[in-house]
Design a protein around this ligand. Structure first.
Ligand code: SER
Length: 338
């Protein structure tokens, strides 16, 4: 008999770390985490960490031989800035890695006779605004608008959403008499900000980097212009969104891919918030043409009405609460503690 389990890929990453912590407090089933890196040490007994490569088919086969995977949180990805340096490698991880897992989830759904739930974090990078005028004209984009990503990462995310939808409508064994498809659900996240980790290789990183540098008392040169604007969200809300969408009854879901957001800020407004809490912060601007171009192509805000309507989404942390109650106190404590 296989043990029932939840699989989390990219578990040592930014979202992964927060999700593992939250799930380990509420999940009774075994949590199997997969990442190239080791997992931070403090975690409870029902987490099994496998340090390995998502692309390793034999490893995936071993996991399903031991565990009956009921839910997959597929978080592993190469983020937007990093992916531009090695686009083909990014494609391999972001697309082929996802395809391999979708295939596995599809087979497992059929095998179990019950759908495997496949949770996929997508991104504002799935959008591409053609220029700043249009960006200003459409400040709250809907899921089906402006799907013209300009980055490899954004192309990968958009395409994987489509692959997920494909596999939720097709099954792999043509001869099956009672076809069971996987249950694919995706969230398009804005730039995420965690108090406990700093992202690496993303393009929304200037926000969290500004804040963490200020808390450490280090100077920071922001790589986008003052007027650059995108939506953001505090990490606890990202976890709430993932868990809430995972629990939503299928019948309520009118789409498989949902926007979620909290607050939009320009880089300068972000700086002002940081300075309000850390008056000594030394933040200057040194825009990088490529990264600026990526941020300019992302929408200024998202319309998340469908998520609100279908599964009761609402962020707990608006801008004031994000900074005042989550980010600043936790970041301050973190660096004070060394
Ligand atoms: N935060 C991500 C990045 O900057 C976007 O999803 O790449």
């Amino acid at each position: 008999m296989r043990k029932k389990g939840i699989l989390i890929t990219g578990a040592a990453g930014e979202i992964g770390e927060a999700l593992v912590k939250s799930l380990s407090e509420q999940e009774e089933n075994q949590i199997v985490t997969l990442d190239l890196r080791p997992l931070t040490p403090e975690h409870s007994g029902h987490i099994t960490h496998i340090q390995g490569d998502l692309m390793d088919q034999a490893l995936l086969a071993r996991i399903v031989s031991e565990y009956e995977i009921q839910v997959i949180y597929h978080l592993a990805a190469l983020l937007s800035t990093r992916a531009e340096f090695t686009p083909e490698a990014a494609h391999q991880v972001n697309v082929e890695g996802t395809l391999g897992l979708l295939k596995l989830a599809s087979e497992q759904s059929q095998w179990r006779g019950e759908p495997v739930l496949f949770m996929f974090p997508s991104s504002i990078a799935a959008y591409g605004m053609p220029d700043l005028q249009v960006k200003a004209q459409y400040p709250h984009v809907r899921e089906w608008e402006w799907n013209y990503p300009t980055t490899m990462y954004g192309c990968n995310k958009l395409y994987c959403e489509m692959l997920g939808i494909y596999y939720s409508q097709h099954y792999r064994q043509l001869a099956a008499d009672k076809p069971v498809m996987l249950d694919f659900r995706a969230l398009r996240f804005p730039g995420l900000i965690s108090a406990f980790t700093v992202p690496s290789g993303g393009t929304s990183d200037y926000g969290p980097e500004m804040l963490h540098a200020a808390a450490k008392g280090e100077p920071y040169a922001c790589f986008v212009r003052q007027d650059a604007i995108i939506p953001f969200m505090a990490m606890p809300d990202a976890i709430t969104a993932l868990l809430k969408l995972a629990k939503a009854p299928s019948a309520n879901l009118k789409r498989r891919v949902y926007n979620v957001t909290s607050f939009s800020l320009t880089a300068e407004e972000f700086r002002q918030m940081v300075v309000r809490f850390f008056p000594q912060a030394q933040i200057s601007y040194k825009p990088d043409v490529k990264r600026q171009g990526i941020v300019d192509s992302w929408p200024a805000g998202l319309n998340d009405n469908d998520a609100r309507r279908d599964w009761g989404w609402a962020p707990d942390y608006d801008m004031e609460r994000s900074f005042g109650e989550y980010l600043v106190p936790n970041i301050t404590a973190r660096y004070r503690g060394g």
